[in-house]
Design a protein around this ligand. Structure first.
Ligand code: SF4
Ligand code: SF4
Length: 414
């Protein structure tokens, strides 16, 4: 790496030094209490996979260039130069963290390790060494936002086919209009993913409840956030926010995807509409009597995996449990759960990377938790989590079924 590039990266690091960032950089006492709160360290017990181990790579670079002691005595202590080797360390640190924030709730100073690793991700983007998979996916989403009109005809054709599937699931009603699009004045803008199931099951539920809804042109997932590029994250989220404003909807309902829910709900500022997860909306429809379930029809033991961004970072804990307790005769919570639930190992965009062996090892904590419940069905409410739970199932040859909560509801409507 040449000096010009190094200078550019130091400049980039300076742009990330907000007050909270300085607090997190300065405050760690190296007490080590966070070590075994991280599912990655649980499965691969190496210091570099502990929360503090990851953050130390960033702290040492910060110390070298931006702390007086590092500048005055560069050969003393534990400062680290920006070079190809430290960039590799940053890559491993940042993209082995799922941003689950389990370490944060156990740290005495509530140090936000993923926030701190935002510096690592910025440096990697500046060095053009961030994972290609995430860059390509983020750029694709940005491009779609810039030229959505070119995608509309093709998407409408896909939707016509999905309407037929919804019609069958609703008992053979006419398919036309079962998945409305561009409906100004709708109450709900539902935002799905690219998979058909992410639209069909919610459409069955929304139509059963008689909701006045419309489908977004965009996918909810935000690869800009996974990549750690704030500008791309904002652009991708704003595609949906602007669509919601143009249609004048009262509520934006996000498919089962934890990060896609957390960004518009908590990170994009106040909006003229409410943001809800599909899980909250299903719960509301049930409470209002708009839909009914075939209660206690599932007799195999069922457990629930709290997606980190929906649970610990989103506050949605009770709604999925109440839905599952209605559906299943034998619902068993994992231990620990809710705020302290173990991450499955698939968040932070990690499921999009070529790292299956790593994810199987880092999914060991989740595997142990599931086995301890004796459950035969594991339900979750995040596409990433379910993908990772399937990887864990294959990796440990588990005799369990992984299910989406929305799918389970759509299959068991009375
Ligand atoms: S628990 Fe907090 S203070 Fe202690 S080592 Fe971990 S990050 Fe640092
Ligand atoms: S946020 Fe999660 S994955 Fe990242 S260091 Fe903390 S516990 Fe580990």
């Amino acid at each position: 790496m040449d000096n010009e590039k190094r200078k550019e990266l130091i400049g980039l690091m300076k742009t990330r030094l907000t007050r909270p960032m300085r607090y997190y950089l300065d405050l760690c006492t190296r007490c080590g209490l966070c070590y075994d709160t991280c599912h990655v360290f649980y499965g691969i017990p190496k210091k570099e996979y502990s929360p503090v181990g990851r953050a130390e790579v960033v702290r040492r670079i910060f110390k070298k260039y931006l702390r007086p002691s590092g500048k005055l005595f560069p050969f003393w202590g534990d400062s680290k130069e920006i070079d190809d080797h430290s960039m590799d360390e940053l890559l491993d640190a940042a993209f082995s963290c799922t941003a689950c924030r389990r370490c944060m709730v156990h740290c005495p100073f509530a140090i936000d390790t993923p926030f701190l690793l935002g510096i690592a991700k910025s440096l990697l983007i500046g060095n053009e060494s961030a994972p290609d998979e995430l860059s390509i996916l983020a750029d694709g989403a940005v491009e779609k936002g810039k030229s959505i009109d070119e995608f509309k005809d093709g998407f409408r054709e896909v939707i016509k086919d999905l309407e037929k599937e919804v019609a069958v699931k609703l008992g053979g009603v006419p398919p036309e209009g079962l998945i409305p699009m561009d409906k100004a004045g709708a109450d709900i803008l539902f935002v799905g993913l690219s998979g058909a199931h992410s639209i069909v099951h919610p459409a069955v539920i929304l139509n059963s409840a008689g909701a006045n809804w419309t489908l977004s042109w965009f996918e909810a997932v935000n690869f800009g956030a996974f990549l750690g590029d704030p500008r791309k994250m904002d652009f991708i989220a704003n595609r949906i926010i602007n669509e919601a404003k143009a249609l004048g909807v009262k509520e934006v309902v996000i498919v089962e995807c934890g990060t896609a829910y957390r960004i518009p709900k908590y990170l994009m500022g106040p909006q003229p509409f409410k943001v809800s997860s599909i899980v909250e909306v299903i719960h509301r429809f049930l409470s209002e009597g708009k839909i009914k379930l075939n209660e206690k029809t599932i007799t195999d033991p069922v457990t629930y995996h709290d997606p980190c961004q929906l649970g610990r970072n989103g506050g949605v804990y009770e709604e999925p449990r109440e839905i599952l307790s209605a559906l299943a005769a034998d619902f068993r919570d994992m231990t620990p759960n809710r705020k302290y639930n173990w991450c499955c190992g698939g968040g932070g965009g990690l499921v999009a990377l070529d790292n299956e062996e790593f994810r199987i090892k880092s999914g060991k904590a989740k595997y142990d938790q599931i086995v301890a419940t004796g459950a035969k069905i594991v339900v979750s409410a995040c596409e990433n989590c379910i993908f990772q739970l399937d990887t864990i199932k294959a990796g440990y040859s588990m005799d369990v079924e992984m299910k989406s909560l929305t799918e389970l509801v759509a299959e068991n409507l009375a």
